[in-house]
Write a protein that binds this ligand. Structure first.
Ligand code: FES
Length: 585
């Protein structure tokens, strides 16, 4: 970015082409009111007239610790916009803070996507800087921006600082789960647990593991949606507000250049995103979000293509939960640009990015400074890949597992099912001393998918029963139509599709049925005859919808299945730029 000029290029678009001019430049009563009301806020005519208007879509809120610094960062973005000759306006959007929002932020990813698109559509905006980072905020903001197709640049909130407790590295999410199991097993005390609560997360910013947040911001980076390498800059680093100002400068330039998502998102850029995803050991959630993003861009992307890429690209980022490092380690080791340099031979290097250069130009000269954190191609972190896509009579449309964060000994396993009909039953029974379970049991959870949840909650990392924890068991095969936090680990088969709530075969499993998992063969099989399954299907009936009004009802009626990206069916068409009718002015 530093070598980009801050003046508009000589061949810039004519001012009259900018959307904002229809609000501000006309000679009519409506335009008068737009100018009048802007001056009502203390702006001078010269502050906004004849300038590109840059919307800073901000997902800050007091209930999103990952975005706690985004109000300050918005000011830095504004600084850049002013310096480049634009007019910045800040537009708040739902923060979708992963930890606080119930029942699950995934219920609201599409809400944020719609909100982003409509914020941009309805206001006098020429370009945008999108401020997000916590899990669903990245795909939500990008999906909306892709559909609106204005010049857009993504600003990632940045990972929080590394954590440590009693000499051990602690990663947000990952170690919450680890220590929770140790507490339930009696290996740490309630006092330890409280001590950990105040020490584990040391700063604002997104989770410091390679969870969904870092996976998705890195994917945005690889897609060309951020300034090069921006996704790896720690939230507290002084480079972070500088990057914010650079985003403001660059957004103004992008408006003059008319550099919008439809000009830089291609099949090649999604290939680059896939390579990055796999080399990072990224979250299973990315499988859903990437398909949704691609469809918004009019590009077909399938789970099987992800499986193929996973076989080709080993996990090189040595980060929790696949490895043992944290995002600050990754930054010091060279960050995403260093990682992309390692897999350069698999990238489509001529893909354009938001800084006006190609990905190849952006990673030229990228270096790795710690080969333990960013491993060479020949020495991956694990033998297990980032994602395996399973098929079989239990998952006709596919299911996923993350081998790099699972137990190698369970990659081929057959065991009897123990079925929980929903999360409430799971919560009630899982620690019952009389639960008929041993370490070979396959725990099954259903009615936890996109429609059944509803909202596709992160319940797929089913807890290990307390009595098995006490015996030293820390992993078991688990199968569900739910998702799992990207910070978590374990042999969890997720996103089973079609989900049980729409009559997928998961709805027909009974306790005691044998379930066969073979990750190498990509097989998930229920050892029950087709005749018996047909018989059971005859007795199956869908549950009534959980919601009969409001947004959740809309979600249940229109969300697509996991293998199709869980977008709303009426939104996943290719990019289009609706133009407000002139007579509304
Ligand atoms: Fe926000 Fe993990 S909770 S990134």
């Amino acid at each position: 970015m530093p070598d980009r000029p801050t003046r508009p290029p000589a061949d810039r678009r004519p001012l009259a082409e900018l959307r904002s001019q229809r609000w501000f430049a006309a000679d009519n009563m409506r335009a008068f009111a737009h100018r009048q009301r802007t001056q009502q806020m203390g702006m001078r005519r010269d502050d906004f007239l004849g300038k590109p208007v840059i919307a800073i879509v901000n997902t800050w809120s007091d209930l999103s610790p990952c975005h706690a610094h985004l109000r300050e960062r918005a000011e830095a973005v504004k600084r850049g916009v002013w310096q480049a000759g634009g007019y910045p306006v800040e537009l708040p959007a739902m923060s979708v803070g992963e930890v606080m929002v119930k029942p699950t932020t995934m219920l609201y990813r599409n809400f944020l996507a719609m909100e982003t698109e409509e914020l941009l559509r309805s206001h006098p905006v020429d370009g945008t800087v999108l401020l997000g980072g916590c899990d669903k905020s990245t795909p939500g903001l990008l999906m909306g921006a892709i559909s609106m197709d204005l010049p857009a640049i993504y600003f990632p909130a940045g990972p929080m600082s590394n954590g440590q407790w009693r000499g051990q590295k602690t990663g947000a999410g990952t170690h919450t789960k680890i220590y929770w199991d140790e507490l339930r097993a009696g290996n740490i005390t309630p006092a330890d647990w409280i001590d950990l609560e105040g020490r584990m997360t040391r700063s604002f910013g997104t989770c410091n593991t390679m969870g969904t947040a870092s996976t998705m911001t890195s994917i945005a980076d690889a897609l060309g949606f951020t300034l090069p390498g921006a996704s790896s800059i720690p939230a507290v680093d002084s480079g972070h507000p500088r990057m914010a100002a650079d985003c403001g400068v660059r957004a103004v330039e992008m408006v003059w250049e008319d550099l919008k998502p439809s000009r830089f998102l291609t099949e090649g850029s999604f290939q680059n995103a896939l390579v990055a995803y796999m080399a990072l050991g990224g979250s299973t959630n990315a499988a859903v979000h990437l398909i949704a993003l691609a469809r918004r861009a009019g590009i077909a992307l399938t789970l099987d293509e992800m499986d193929t890429q996973s076989r080709l690209t080993p996990v090189l980022a040595n980060l929790f939960p696949s490895g043992g490092g944290l995002m600050e380690d990754f930054w010091f080791a060279g960050g995403l640009l260093g990682l992309l340099g390692r897999v350069k031979h698999q990238l489509v290097l001529d893909c354009l990015t938001v800084n006006g250069k190609t990905l190849g130009e952006n990673i030229a000269g990228a270096e790795v400074f710690d080969a333990e954190v960013i491993r060479p191609f020949e020495r991956p972190v694990t033998e297990g890949g980032t994602l395996a896509v399973l098929h079989g009579n239990l998952a006709p449309s596919g299911a996923v597992i993350k081998p790099s964060a699972a137990s190698p000994r369970l990659m081929k396993h057959t065991g009897p099912a123990l079925v929980f009909d929903d999360h409430a039953e799971l919560s009630t029974r899982i620690d019952d001393p009389a639960l008929p379970v041993d370490e070979n049991t396959v725990l099954v959870l259903r009615n936890a998918g996109p429609i059944g949840g509803p909202g596709f909650p992160e319940w797929g990392n089913l807890p290990i029963p307390k009595k098995l924890l006490a015996q030293g068991v820390r992993d078991m095969v688990r199968v569900s139509d739910a998702r799992m936090s990207g910070t978590h680990y374990g042999t969890c088969v997720l996103h089973v599709a079609p989900e049980s709530a729409v009559g997928g075969p998961l709805a027909l499993v009974r306790t005691g049925d044998m379930i066969e998992l073979d990750v190498e063969a990509r097989r998930l099989h229920l050892q029950v005859s087709a005749e018996e399954l047909a018989h059971r299907r005859g007795a199956w009936a869908p549950a009534p919808p959980k919601f009969e009004r409001g947004y959740a009802m809309l979600f249940q009626q229109h969300v697509t299945q996991a293998d199709a990206g869980c977008d709303f069916d009426f939104l996943e068409t290719g990019a289009a730029t609706p133009v407000p009718e002139p007579d509304i002015f």
